[in-house]
Write a protein that binds this ligand. Structure first.
Ligand code: XMP
Length: 521
């Protein structure tokens, strides 16, 4: 495996992704890992990521110098090159102008890392500091007009580094450099693929679980569904999937989840009909955070009341994925990625109840989880499901939730999804990109707590508006409203008003995030 030392939030993740895309397993550790800890991970190669700091800043992250003496090849990018240079006795200084964006490198002499790539090529730079003198034993392998050491290497010790970022797409030959490193320099094999991942995961689950029983809270979302499918492959009926139906899912969703996990997978499936209990708890509640709290805590009440009635449950399976682990670690260590799992403490086990956790997805990024789901036979509507909030439609009904409003919202939302699913499918066909630049990332209907006057036939109406929300985003942190074609908007509006009783208007939310959020509550 390749271990990436992360010198700053997010930099390491992208590198690990690129390595995995080349079918080599890669994981991320904080940059202050000791050489001994690193040796225990038994890496075949180490990559030092970029990072936002200056090597001479007071709190600049350092590395244990022995990391460079493990006897495995090391590759550093950007800050990674600078820290390698400084640690080994080279010098880093300010360049005159700094370099941000595309730059031209010119190669010098032979280089195993750059081998097979053009003598002059475009790379992506983002730095002010740069190596000015390479450490003893190193040679400069490329430069730019501004940057005297755009890359350097010491083939004898298997140490390589670039000031530019081969991991970003804006360095067109970056992937070739990474391939040179992994396959030529480190001699690794490209064997991290779906078949081997499934096989390894299934073996690991079987070994851990033995003859015991596993319970899983299945929400119908991507992560919990993939865990269920994976455990089903590994242990079949030893898995109990508890599906707590709070009545706040989208139209037909509970039926679809039940269908998949009773027909397609051979697991023990428990459908908890908690719709009425949730309705009672939510009656009259208008505050969004209060709704979230009630829905979240009732989930665990429902879940544990099933769990406690089952005999011999030793494990609770969870759909924790790799970014959750990296993030919760990052919070604990003040910004740097780490493998501490703080979110474990969040499960409110009742007194006297305890299950060991299994988290079969804790090494995977989201799109790997999706690929795994597809390989395990889950249908597209689950694997490519949009993000959907745990509290469900309760936070898309502004004000108190009641059965009438729920019915209106479910029907309006079903139309929005049908029309925009079709629109996205057309874009997918045209561009071949599922989450392409113009495809709509998340879309749904919101029901505000107002009524307005309208006219239908010859009758005055006094009914509800529905708000359409459709956004483009890649990570939900920021989002822009989707510039939907007028004919698509017209169709959605026409259908909702005609087909959903109680609605006489449709409005489109044209606000980005920030300043708004994606959801209305
Ligand atoms: P906002 O509204 O904060 O949403 O822009 C960002 C993303 O998170 C989803 N979301 C939630 N997911 N529980 C969840 O599991 C929640 O309470 C929740 N609130 C928002 C939202 O759908 C969007 O994708």
């Amino acid at each position: 495996k390749v271990v990436v030392l992360d010198f700053g939030a997010q930099y390491g993740q992208l590198i690990a992704r690129r390595v995995r895309d080349l079918s080599v397993y890669s994981e991320i550790v904080p940059c202050d890992v000791s050489a001994d800890e690193l040796r225990r991970l038994n890496p075949s190669a180490v990559i030092l990521s970029g990072g936002p700091a200056s090597v001479y800043a007071e709190d600049a992250p350092k590395i244990d110098p022995d990391v460079l003496n493990l006897g495995v090849p090391v590759l550093g990018f950007c800050y990674g090159q600078q820290i390698m240079a400084v640690t080994l006795g080279g010098t880093v200084g300010h360049t005159e102008k700094g370099e941000y964006g595309a730059a031209q490198i010119v190669r010098e002499g032979d280089s195993s890392l750059l081998g097979g790539t053009p003598d002059e090529q475009t790379v992506w730079m983002s730095h002010r500091d740069a190596v000015s003198e390479v450490p003893e034993g190193f040679v400069v392998t490329s430069r730019t007009e501004t940057c005297p050491v755009a890359s350097m290497e010491c083939a004898e010790r298997n140490l390589y580094a670039t000031q530019f970022h081969p991991e970003v797409r804006h360095t067109p030959h970056g992937n070739d450099m990474l391939k040179n490193f992994l396959f030529k320099i480190c001699g690794l094999e490209a064997n991290w693929n779906m078949d081997s991942i499934i096989e390894e995961s299934v073996t690991a689950i079987r070994e851990k679980v033995g003859g015991d029983r596993v319970i899983l809270g299945l929400s119908g979302g991507v992560d919990s569904s993939v865990v269920a499918a994976l455990c089903a492959r590994a242990i079949g009926k030893q898995l109990t999937c508890v599906f707590v139906n709070h009545g706040l899912l989208r139209k037909n969703e509970p039926e679809e989840v039940e269908e998949v996990f009773t027909r397609q997978f051979d697991v023990d499936f428990v459908h908890v009909h908690a719709e009425e209990r949730y309705a009672e708890l939510l009656a009259g509640v208008t505050d969004p955070e209060q709704k979230r709290k009630i829905i979240g805590s009732q989930f665990w009440n429902e879940f544990f009341s099933v769990a406690q009635d089952l005999d011999g449950v030793k494990f609770l399976a969870q759909g924790t994925i790799y970014p959750d682990i990296i993030e919760s670690g990052a919070r604990k260590t003040g910004g740097k990625a780490s493998t501490i799992k703080s979110h474990h403490n969040l499960i409110p086990f009742p007194d006297g109840v305890h299950f060991d956790l299994i988290e079969p997805l804790d090494r995977f990024f989201k799109d790997e989880v999706r690929a795994l789901g597809t390989a395990l036979g889950l249908p597209d509507h689950i694997v490519h499901r949009q993000p959907f909030p745990g509290p469900g439609l309760a936070i898309r009904i502004i004000g108190a939730v009641d059965p009438e409003k729920l019915e209106i919202l479910k029907n309006a939302d079903a139309i929005v999804r049908e029309e925009l699913d079709a629109y996205n499918a057309r874009l997918f066909e045209e561009t071949g990109e599922r989450n392409g630049e113009h495809s709509v990332w998340q879309y749904f209907a919101v029901l505000p707590d107002v009524k307005s006057v309208g006219v239908m036939g010859d009758e005055r109406t006094y009914a509800r508006p529905v708000i359409l929300r459709a956004v483009e985003s890649s990570d939900a942190m920021t989002a822009d409203w989707a510039k939907l074609p007028y004919d698509v908007l017209a169709r959605i509006s026409g259908r909702i008003v005609a087909e959903v009783p109680g609605v006489n208007r449709v409005a489109y939310d044209i606000t980005s995030k920030p300043p708004a959020t994606i959801e209305w509550e």
